[in-house]
Design a protein around this ligand. Structure first.
Ligand code: SAM
Ligand code: SF4
Length: 473
Protein backbone atom coordinates (compact mmCIF):
# COMPACT_ATOMS: atom_id res chain seq x y z
CA UNK A 1 0.00 0.00 0.00
CA UNK A 2 1.23 3.50 -0.79
CA UNK A 3 2.50 5.37 2.26
CA UNK A 4 1.33 8.81 3.39
CA UNK A 5 3.59 11.71 2.48
CA UNK A 6 2.13 14.75 4.23
CA UNK A 7 3.20 18.19 3.08
CA UNK A 8 5.08 20.58 5.30
CA UNK A 9 2.43 22.01 7.56
CA UNK A 10 1.19 25.59 7.42
CA UNK A 11 1.97 25.94 11.14
CA UNK A 12 5.62 25.01 10.58
CA UNK A 13 5.89 27.62 7.81
CA UNK A 14 4.51 30.33 10.10
CA UNK A 15 6.87 29.31 12.91
CA UNK A 16 9.80 29.42 10.49
CA UNK A 17 8.78 32.86 9.21
CA UNK A 18 8.63 34.16 12.76
CA UNK A 19 12.02 32.62 13.58
CA UNK A 20 13.57 34.10 10.41
CA UNK A 21 12.41 37.58 11.50
CA UNK A 22 13.77 37.15 15.03
CA UNK A 23 17.15 35.76 13.94
CA UNK A 24 17.48 38.60 11.44
CA UNK A 25 17.00 41.15 14.26
CA UNK A 26 19.35 39.35 16.66
CA UNK A 27 22.08 38.90 14.07
CA UNK A 28 21.90 42.52 12.91
CA UNK A 29 23.03 43.48 16.44
CA UNK A 30 25.35 40.53 17.03
CA UNK A 31 27.30 40.63 13.73
CA UNK A 32 30.92 41.71 14.04
CA UNK A 33 30.87 43.42 10.64
CA UNK A 34 28.24 45.53 8.93
CA UNK A 35 26.19 42.41 8.02
CA UNK A 36 26.16 38.91 9.56
CA UNK A 37 28.38 36.43 7.76
CA UNK A 38 27.92 32.66 7.48
CA UNK A 39 30.31 29.93 6.44
CA UNK A 40 28.62 26.68 5.34
CA UNK A 41 31.01 23.81 4.57
CA UNK A 42 29.60 20.71 2.91
CA UNK A 43 31.07 17.20 3.08
CA UNK A 44 29.93 14.20 1.05
CA UNK A 45 27.45 13.68 -1.73
CA UNK A 46 25.23 15.90 -3.88
CA UNK A 47 22.32 15.30 -1.52
CA UNK A 48 24.31 17.13 1.15
CA UNK A 49 25.15 19.90 -1.32
CA UNK A 50 21.44 20.24 -2.02
CA UNK A 51 20.60 20.32 1.70
CA UNK A 52 23.22 23.02 2.25
CA UNK A 53 21.65 25.09 -0.52
CA UNK A 54 18.37 25.02 1.43
CA UNK A 55 20.08 26.02 4.67
CA UNK A 56 21.82 28.85 2.81
CA UNK A 57 18.42 29.86 1.44
CA UNK A 58 17.17 30.30 5.01
CA UNK A 59 20.37 32.10 6.04
CA UNK A 60 20.02 34.54 3.13
CA UNK A 61 16.44 35.28 4.27
CA UNK A 62 17.88 36.04 7.72
CA UNK A 63 20.20 38.65 6.24
CA UNK A 64 23.42 36.61 6.16
CA UNK A 65 26.09 37.06 3.53
CA UNK A 66 28.49 34.21 2.87
CA UNK A 67 32.21 33.77 3.41
CA UNK A 68 34.79 31.01 3.09
CA UNK A 69 36.95 32.52 5.83
CA UNK A 70 36.35 31.19 9.35
CA UNK A 71 37.77 34.40 10.85
CA UNK A 72 35.01 36.51 9.26
CA UNK A 73 32.09 34.23 10.09
CA UNK A 74 29.46 34.95 12.75
CA UNK A 75 27.95 31.54 12.08
CA UNK A 76 29.88 28.42 11.02
CA UNK A 77 28.05 25.27 9.94
CA UNK A 78 29.57 21.94 8.89
CA UNK A 79 27.16 19.70 6.96
CA UNK A 80 28.63 16.23 7.44
CA UNK A 81 28.86 12.86 5.68
CA UNK A 82 28.72 9.46 7.39
CA UNK A 83 29.32 7.14 4.44
CA UNK A 84 32.95 6.34 5.27
CA UNK A 85 35.01 6.51 8.42
CA UNK A 86 37.66 8.64 6.72
CA UNK A 87 35.04 11.34 5.99
CA UNK A 88 33.98 11.31 9.64
CA UNK A 89 37.56 11.60 10.90
CA UNK A 90 38.07 14.64 8.69
CA UNK A 91 34.97 16.29 10.16
CA UNK A 92 36.07 15.66 13.74
CA UNK A 93 39.53 17.05 12.90
CA UNK A 94 38.09 20.16 11.26
CA UNK A 95 35.56 20.76 14.04
CA UNK A 96 38.40 20.46 16.57
CA UNK A 97 40.34 23.14 14.69
CA UNK A 98 37.45 25.59 15.25
CA UNK A 99 38.28 25.73 18.95
CA UNK A 100 40.82 28.47 18.27
CA UNK A 101 38.38 30.41 16.09
CA UNK A 102 35.87 30.32 18.94
CA UNK A 103 38.58 31.48 21.35
CA UNK A 104 39.33 34.50 19.15
CA UNK A 105 35.67 35.29 18.37
CA UNK A 106 33.51 34.15 21.28
CA UNK A 107 30.27 35.39 19.67
CA UNK A 108 30.68 33.08 16.64
CA UNK A 109 28.06 30.32 16.76
CA UNK A 110 29.39 26.93 15.63
CA UNK A 111 27.00 24.26 14.35
CA UNK A 112 27.27 20.73 12.95
CA UNK A 113 24.50 19.03 10.95
CA UNK A 114 23.94 16.29 8.36
CA UNK A 115 24.19 12.50 8.22
CA UNK A 116 26.81 12.08 10.95
CA UNK A 117 24.58 13.89 13.40
CA UNK A 118 21.89 11.24 12.87
CA UNK A 119 24.36 8.74 14.34
CA UNK A 120 23.99 8.65 18.10
CA UNK A 121 27.69 7.97 18.67
CA UNK A 122 28.95 10.82 16.50
CA UNK A 123 26.49 13.36 17.96
CA UNK A 124 27.49 12.23 21.45
CA UNK A 125 31.17 12.74 20.62
CA UNK A 126 30.44 16.31 19.50
CA UNK A 127 28.55 16.85 22.76
CA UNK A 128 31.32 15.56 24.98
CA UNK A 129 34.55 16.48 23.15
CA UNK A 130 33.65 19.80 21.50
CA UNK A 131 31.79 21.95 24.07
CA UNK A 132 32.14 25.04 21.84
CA UNK A 133 29.68 23.57 19.29
CA UNK A 134 26.38 25.28 20.12
CA UNK A 135 23.97 23.68 17.65
CA UNK A 136 23.71 20.10 16.35
CA UNK A 137 20.92 18.80 14.12
CA UNK A 138 20.25 15.84 11.85
CA UNK A 139 19.04 15.45 8.28
CA UNK A 140 15.37 15.06 9.21
CA UNK A 141 14.91 18.50 10.74
CA UNK A 142 16.51 20.77 8.15
CA UNK A 143 13.09 22.25 7.36
CA UNK A 144 13.00 23.63 10.92
CA UNK A 145 16.46 25.20 10.69
CA UNK A 146 15.33 28.81 11.45
CA UNK A 147 13.65 27.65 14.67
CA UNK A 148 16.73 25.67 15.72
CA UNK A 149 19.06 28.57 15.01
CA UNK A 150 16.83 30.92 17.00
CA UNK A 151 16.92 28.55 19.98
CA UNK A 152 20.71 28.26 19.78
CA UNK A 153 20.99 32.06 19.80
CA UNK A 154 18.54 32.69 22.62
CA UNK A 155 18.65 29.69 24.97
CA UNK A 156 21.31 29.38 27.61
CA UNK A 157 22.09 25.77 26.69
CA UNK A 158 23.42 23.98 23.61
CA UNK A 159 20.77 22.73 21.17
CA UNK A 160 20.80 19.09 19.97
CA UNK A 161 17.97 18.01 17.67
CA UNK A 162 17.33 14.87 15.63
CA UNK A 163 14.16 13.91 13.78
CA UNK A 164 11.61 11.42 15.03
CA UNK A 165 9.74 8.85 12.95
CA UNK A 166 6.82 11.10 12.08
CA UNK A 167 9.09 13.83 10.79
CA UNK A 168 11.02 11.23 8.89
CA UNK A 169 8.03 10.84 6.57
CA UNK A 170 7.41 14.52 6.11
CA UNK A 171 8.50 16.26 2.92
CA UNK A 172 8.84 19.99 3.31
CA UNK A 173 8.01 21.83 0.10
CA UNK A 174 8.58 25.48 -0.62
CA UNK A 175 11.82 25.91 1.34
CA UNK A 176 14.06 28.75 0.14
CA UNK A 177 17.11 27.66 -1.88
CA UNK A 178 20.31 29.58 -2.51
CA UNK A 179 22.00 27.67 -5.31
CA UNK A 180 25.77 27.58 -5.53
CA UNK A 181 25.90 28.09 -9.31
CA UNK A 182 23.90 29.74 -12.07
CA UNK A 183 24.34 27.04 -14.72
CA UNK A 184 24.09 23.70 -12.93
CA UNK A 185 21.39 22.84 -10.40
CA UNK A 186 20.53 19.93 -8.11
CA UNK A 187 16.90 18.97 -7.72
CA UNK A 188 15.98 16.37 -5.11
CA UNK A 189 13.15 14.12 -6.29
CA UNK A 190 13.18 11.70 -3.37
CA UNK A 191 14.68 11.23 0.06
CA UNK A 192 15.96 8.22 2.03
CA UNK A 193 16.60 4.66 0.96
CA UNK A 194 14.97 1.27 1.57
CA UNK A 195 17.68 -0.95 0.15
CA UNK A 196 19.88 -1.67 3.13
CA UNK A 197 22.97 -2.67 1.17
CA UNK A 198 24.86 -4.49 3.90
CA UNK A 199 27.79 -2.02 4.00
CA UNK A 200 25.80 1.21 3.88
CA UNK A 201 24.80 3.66 6.63
CA UNK A 202 22.52 5.80 4.43
CA UNK A 203 19.16 4.10 5.26
CA UNK A 204 19.94 4.60 8.95
CA UNK A 205 20.83 8.29 8.72
CA UNK A 206 18.45 9.40 5.97
CA UNK A 207 15.48 7.23 6.83
CA UNK A 208 12.96 5.40 4.63
CA UNK A 209 12.40 6.17 1.00
CA UNK A 210 9.85 8.90 0.23
CA UNK A 211 9.19 10.69 -3.05
CA UNK A 212 8.14 14.23 -3.80
CA UNK A 213 4.89 14.70 -5.69
CA UNK A 214 5.52 15.09 -9.43
CA UNK A 215 3.71 18.45 -9.47
CA UNK A 216 6.14 19.91 -6.92
CA UNK A 217 9.10 18.62 -8.96
CA UNK A 218 7.67 19.98 -12.22
CA UNK A 219 7.12 23.38 -10.66
CA UNK A 220 10.67 23.59 -9.31
CA UNK A 221 12.07 22.32 -12.61
CA UNK A 222 10.14 24.91 -14.66
CA UNK A 223 11.49 27.61 -12.35
CA UNK A 224 15.05 26.42 -12.94
CA UNK A 225 14.62 26.41 -16.72
CA UNK A 226 13.07 29.91 -16.52
CA UNK A 227 16.02 31.09 -14.44
CA UNK A 228 18.43 29.91 -17.13
CA UNK A 229 19.82 26.72 -15.54
CA UNK A 230 21.19 24.50 -18.28
CA UNK A 231 22.21 21.31 -16.50
CA UNK A 232 19.71 20.00 -13.98
CA UNK A 233 20.48 16.83 -12.00
CA UNK A 234 17.61 14.96 -10.38
CA UNK A 235 18.77 13.52 -7.06
CA UNK A 236 17.82 10.49 -5.01
CA UNK A 237 19.67 7.54 -3.46
CA UNK A 238 17.86 5.24 -5.87
CA UNK A 239 15.94 7.31 -8.41
CA UNK A 240 14.74 4.14 -10.15
CA UNK A 241 12.38 3.47 -7.28
CA UNK A 242 11.00 7.02 -7.46
CA UNK A 243 7.24 7.29 -7.03
CA UNK A 244 6.58 3.91 -5.43
CA UNK A 245 5.52 5.48 -2.11
CA UNK A 246 3.24 8.12 -3.64
CA UNK A 247 -0.53 7.87 -3.16
CA UNK A 248 -0.74 7.68 -6.96
CA UNK A 249 2.47 5.88 -7.92
CA UNK A 250 4.44 7.33 -10.85
CA UNK A 251 7.47 5.63 -12.38
CA UNK A 252 10.77 7.48 -12.70
CA UNK A 253 10.64 7.01 -16.48
CA UNK A 254 7.22 8.73 -16.52
CA UNK A 255 8.56 11.59 -14.39
CA UNK A 256 11.48 12.02 -16.78
CA UNK A 257 9.14 12.16 -19.77
CA UNK A 258 7.02 14.84 -18.07
CA UNK A 259 10.11 16.94 -17.39
CA UNK A 260 11.54 16.36 -20.84
CA UNK A 261 8.38 17.85 -22.39
CA UNK A 262 9.18 21.24 -20.86
CA UNK A 263 10.52 23.50 -23.60
CA UNK A 264 13.90 25.16 -23.18
CA UNK A 265 17.62 24.89 -23.77
CA UNK A 266 18.79 22.56 -21.00
CA UNK A 267 19.78 18.99 -20.24
CA UNK A 268 18.61 16.62 -17.53
CA UNK A 269 20.83 14.26 -15.59
CA UNK A 270 19.90 12.02 -12.70
CA UNK A 271 21.63 10.05 -9.99
CA UNK A 272 21.84 7.54 -8.53
CA UNK A 273 20.39 4.64 -10.50
CA UNK A 274 20.29 1.25 -8.83
CA UNK A 275 20.79 -1.67 -11.25
CA UNK A 276 18.14 -3.82 -9.54
CA UNK A 277 15.44 -1.23 -10.35
CA UNK A 278 16.69 0.10 -13.68
CA UNK A 279 13.99 -0.71 -16.24
CA UNK A 280 14.22 -1.04 -19.99
CA UNK A 281 11.43 1.55 -20.06
CA UNK A 282 13.84 4.02 -18.47
CA UNK A 283 16.58 3.22 -20.97
CA UNK A 284 14.10 3.67 -23.83
CA UNK A 285 13.02 6.99 -22.30
CA UNK A 286 16.62 8.23 -22.24
CA UNK A 287 17.11 7.11 -25.84
CA UNK A 288 13.97 8.94 -26.99
CA UNK A 289 14.41 12.06 -24.83
CA UNK A 290 14.97 15.55 -26.17
CA UNK A 291 16.85 16.87 -23.16
CA UNK A 292 17.94 13.74 -21.29
CA UNK A 293 21.69 13.39 -21.10
CA UNK A 294 23.21 10.23 -22.57
CA UNK A 295 25.00 9.59 -19.34
CA UNK A 296 24.13 6.88 -16.86
CA UNK A 297 25.68 6.63 -13.41
CA UNK A 298 25.03 3.01 -12.52
CA UNK A 299 26.99 1.78 -9.48
CA UNK A 300 27.79 -1.94 -9.63
CA UNK A 301 29.96 -2.07 -6.44
CA UNK A 302 31.45 -5.50 -7.24
CA UNK A 303 31.86 -7.74 -10.28
CA UNK A 304 31.58 -10.95 -8.26
CA UNK A 305 28.26 -12.67 -7.58
CA UNK A 306 29.11 -13.97 -4.12
CA UNK A 307 30.24 -10.51 -3.00
CA UNK A 308 27.17 -8.88 -4.58
CA UNK A 309 24.96 -11.28 -2.63
CA UNK A 310 26.79 -10.49 0.61
CA UNK A 311 26.34 -6.80 -0.19
CA UNK A 312 22.58 -7.39 -0.56
CA UNK A 313 22.58 -5.62 -3.92
CA UNK A 314 19.78 -7.65 -5.49
CA UNK A 315 21.35 -8.34 -8.92
CA UNK A 316 24.02 -10.54 -10.43
CA UNK A 317 26.98 -9.61 -12.56
CA UNK A 318 25.21 -11.18 -15.55
CA UNK A 319 22.06 -9.09 -14.99
CA UNK A 320 24.19 -5.96 -14.72
CA UNK A 321 26.03 -6.75 -17.96
CA UNK A 322 22.72 -7.52 -19.73
CA UNK A 323 21.39 -4.09 -18.74
CA UNK A 324 24.57 -2.44 -19.99
CA UNK A 325 24.34 -4.28 -23.28
CA UNK A 326 20.70 -3.21 -23.75
CA UNK A 327 21.56 0.40 -22.85
CA UNK A 328 24.52 0.50 -25.24
CA UNK A 329 22.41 -0.89 -28.07
CA UNK A 330 19.67 1.70 -27.52
CA UNK A 331 21.96 4.67 -26.81
CA UNK A 332 25.02 4.29 -28.98
CA UNK A 333 26.89 7.29 -27.54
CA UNK A 334 26.11 6.36 -23.92
CA UNK A 335 28.63 7.43 -21.28
CA UNK A 336 28.69 5.14 -18.24
CA UNK A 337 30.06 5.91 -14.80
CA UNK A 338 29.91 3.84 -11.64
CA UNK A 339 30.82 3.34 -7.96
CA UNK A 340 32.95 0.41 -6.81
CA UNK A 341 33.88 -0.89 -3.38
CA UNK A 342 37.19 -2.72 -3.01
CA UNK A 343 37.93 -5.03 -0.08
CA UNK A 344 34.43 -5.87 1.12
CA UNK A 345 34.74 -8.22 4.17
CA UNK A 346 35.77 -11.68 3.01
CA UNK A 347 36.46 -10.63 -0.60
CA UNK A 348 39.35 -12.62 -2.07
CA UNK A 349 41.82 -11.40 -4.68
CA UNK A 350 40.20 -13.71 -7.26
CA UNK A 351 36.81 -12.18 -6.51
CA UNK A 352 38.31 -8.71 -6.83
CA UNK A 353 39.63 -9.71 -10.27
CA UNK A 354 35.97 -10.18 -11.36
CA UNK A 355 35.54 -6.47 -10.66
CA UNK A 356 38.55 -5.65 -12.83
CA UNK A 357 37.14 -7.89 -15.55
CA UNK A 358 33.77 -6.15 -15.38
CA UNK A 359 35.23 -2.67 -15.84
CA UNK A 360 37.11 -3.92 -18.91
CA UNK A 361 33.88 -5.24 -20.39
CA UNK A 362 31.79 -2.15 -19.70
CA UNK A 363 34.42 0.51 -20.49
CA UNK A 364 33.26 3.18 -18.05
CA UNK A 365 34.01 6.83 -18.73
CA UNK A 366 34.98 7.21 -15.09
CA UNK A 367 34.72 5.37 -11.78
CA UNK A 368 34.35 6.41 -8.17
CA UNK A 369 36.41 3.85 -6.28
CA UNK A 370 36.24 3.28 -2.53
CA UNK A 371 37.97 0.98 -0.07
CA UNK A 372 35.36 -0.68 2.12
CA UNK A 373 34.85 1.18 5.38
CA UNK A 374 33.03 -0.57 8.26
CA UNK A 375 30.01 1.39 9.50
CA UNK A 376 28.69 0.63 12.98
CA UNK A 377 25.16 -0.77 12.87
CA UNK A 378 25.38 -2.16 9.32
CA UNK A 379 25.34 -5.92 8.69
CA UNK A 380 28.74 -6.02 6.97
CA UNK A 381 30.43 -4.42 9.99
CA UNK A 382 29.95 -7.73 11.83
CA UNK A 383 31.56 -9.89 9.10
CA UNK A 384 35.13 -11.25 9.40
CA UNK A 385 37.49 -9.02 7.41
CA UNK A 386 40.90 -10.71 7.25
CA UNK A 387 42.51 -8.79 4.35
CA UNK A 388 44.96 -6.13 5.65
CA UNK A 389 44.40 -2.49 4.72
CA UNK A 390 47.68 -2.30 2.70
CA UNK A 391 46.56 -5.21 0.57
CA UNK A 392 43.22 -3.51 -0.14
CA UNK A 393 45.05 -0.31 -1.09
CA UNK A 394 47.12 -2.35 -3.55
CA UNK A 395 43.95 -3.75 -5.14
CA UNK A 396 42.51 -0.25 -5.36
CA UNK A 397 45.62 1.02 -7.16
CA UNK A 398 45.41 -1.91 -9.57
CA UNK A 399 41.77 -1.11 -10.32
CA UNK A 400 42.47 2.60 -10.79
CA UNK A 401 45.41 1.91 -13.12
CA UNK A 402 43.16 -0.27 -15.28
CA UNK A 403 40.41 2.35 -15.30
CA UNK A 404 42.87 5.08 -16.33
CA UNK A 405 43.76 3.06 -19.41
CA UNK A 406 40.08 2.51 -20.23
CA UNK A 407 39.19 6.19 -19.73
CA UNK A 408 42.14 7.33 -21.83
CA UNK A 409 41.15 4.98 -24.67
CA UNK A 410 37.52 6.12 -24.49
CA UNK A 411 38.54 9.78 -24.59
CA UNK A 412 40.94 9.15 -27.47
CA UNK A 413 38.13 7.53 -29.44
CA UNK A 414 36.12 10.74 -29.32
CA UNK A 415 38.80 12.75 -31.16
CA UNK A 416 37.25 13.99 -34.41
CA UNK A 417 33.67 13.99 -33.11
CA UNK A 418 31.62 17.13 -32.50
CA UNK A 419 30.24 17.38 -28.97
CA UNK A 420 27.65 19.67 -27.43
CA UNK A 421 29.50 21.24 -24.53
CA UNK A 422 27.98 23.23 -21.70
CA UNK A 423 30.54 25.96 -21.07
CA UNK A 424 31.08 26.46 -17.34
CA UNK A 425 34.03 28.80 -16.86
CA UNK A 426 37.27 30.24 -18.11
CA UNK A 427 40.35 28.57 -16.69
CA UNK A 428 42.42 31.46 -15.29
CA UNK A 429 45.68 29.52 -15.74
CA UNK A 430 45.25 28.45 -19.37
CA UNK A 431 42.84 31.15 -20.53
CA UNK A 432 40.78 28.38 -22.14
CA UNK A 433 37.05 27.85 -21.72
CA UNK A 434 36.08 24.70 -19.83
CA UNK A 435 32.88 22.76 -20.11
CA UNK A 436 31.37 19.30 -20.06
CA UNK A 437 30.00 17.07 -22.77
CA UNK A 438 26.66 15.36 -22.53
CA UNK A 439 28.61 12.33 -21.25
CA UNK A 440 30.07 14.52 -18.46
CA UNK A 441 33.63 14.61 -19.86
CA UNK A 442 35.65 17.82 -19.40
CA UNK A 443 36.57 19.71 -22.58
CA UNK A 444 38.95 22.69 -22.86
CA UNK A 445 38.83 24.96 -25.90
CA UNK A 446 39.65 28.53 -26.93
CA UNK A 447 36.63 30.80 -27.21
CA UNK A 448 34.80 33.94 -26.23
CA UNK A 449 33.87 34.04 -22.49
CA UNK A 450 30.40 35.10 -23.67
CA UNK A 451 29.84 31.35 -24.21
CA UNK A 452 29.93 30.75 -20.44
CA UNK A 453 26.55 29.47 -19.32
CA UNK A 454 25.48 28.27 -22.76
CA UNK A 455 26.00 25.30 -25.03
CA UNK A 456 28.69 25.30 -27.74
CA UNK A 457 29.38 22.79 -30.51
CA UNK A 458 33.00 21.75 -30.07
CA UNK A 459 35.09 19.57 -32.36
CA UNK A 460 37.34 17.32 -30.28
CA UNK A 461 40.94 17.60 -31.46
CA UNK A 462 42.93 15.97 -28.65
CA UNK A 463 42.65 13.77 -25.58
CA UNK A 464 44.89 13.94 -22.53
CA UNK A 465 43.93 10.97 -20.36
CA UNK A 466 40.34 11.83 -19.38
CA UNK A 467 40.30 15.49 -20.44
CA UNK A 468 39.49 16.50 -23.99
CA UNK A 469 40.77 19.45 -26.00
CA UNK A 470 38.80 20.99 -28.84
CA UNK A 471 37.90 23.93 -31.04
CA UNK A 472 34.62 25.61 -31.82
CA UNK A 473 32.91 23.70 -34.62
N1 SAM B 1 22.61 5.23 -3.38
C1 SAM B 1 23.73 5.18 -4.18
C2 SAM B 1 23.95 3.76 -4.70
O1 SAM B 1 23.38 2.82 -4.23
O2 SAM B 1 24.75 3.62 -5.59
C3 SAM B 1 25.00 5.72 -3.56
C4 SAM B 1 25.06 6.08 -2.15
S1 SAM B 1 26.58 6.23 -1.34
C5 SAM B 1 26.41 7.83 -0.69
C6 SAM B 1 27.80 6.48 -2.59
C7 SAM B 1 28.78 5.36 -2.69
O3 SAM B 1 29.54 5.24 -1.51
C8 SAM B 1 28.19 3.98 -2.87
O4 SAM B 1 27.78 3.74 -4.19
C9 SAM B 1 29.32 3.08 -2.46
O5 SAM B 1 30.17 2.78 -3.54
C10 SAM B 1 30.07 3.94 -1.45
N2 SAM B 1 29.90 3.42 -0.09
C11 SAM B 1 28.78 3.37 0.64
N3 SAM B 1 29.02 2.78 1.85
C12 SAM B 1 30.34 2.49 1.86
C13 SAM B 1 31.20 1.87 2.81
N4 SAM B 1 30.75 1.45 3.97
N5 SAM B 1 32.50 1.72 2.48
C14 SAM B 1 32.97 2.15 1.30
N6 SAM B 1 32.21 2.73 0.37
C15 SAM B 1 30.91 2.90 0.65
FE1 SF4 C 1 23.30 2.84 0.43
FE2 SF4 C 1 22.50 0.82 -1.09
FE3 SF4 C 1 20.77 2.74 -0.42
FE4 SF4 C 1 22.74 3.28 -2.13
S1 SF4 C 1 21.06 1.84 -2.47
S2 SF4 C 1 22.10 4.53 -0.38
S3 SF4 C 1 24.40 2.04 -1.35
S4 SF4 C 1 21.73 1.30 0.96
Amino acid sequence: MAAETPLFSQAQTLENDEAVREVREIMALRARGSAPMALVRTYGCQQNVSDSEKIKGFLAQMGFSFTEDEEDADFILFNTCAVREHAEDRVFGNVGALKNVKRRHSSTLIAVCGCMMEEEKAAERIRSVFPFVGLVFGTHVIHRFPQLLLRALTEEKRVFERGDDSEDREIAEGLPVRRDGAVKAWLTVMYGCNNFCSYCIVPYVRGRERSREPQAILEEFRGLVRDGYKDITLLGQNVNSYGKTLRTPVSFARLLRMLDEIDGDYRIRFMTSHPKDLTKELIDTIAAGRHISHHLHLPFQSGNNRVLKEMNRGYTREQYLDLIQYAKEKITDLSLTSDVIVGFPGESYEEFLDTVDLIRRVEFTSLFTFIYSPRTGTRAAGLPDPIPAEEKSKWLRELCAEQEKIAAARCASSVGTVQRVLVEEKNPKTGLLTGRTDGNIIVDFAGDPAFIGSFAEVRITSARNWILGGELA
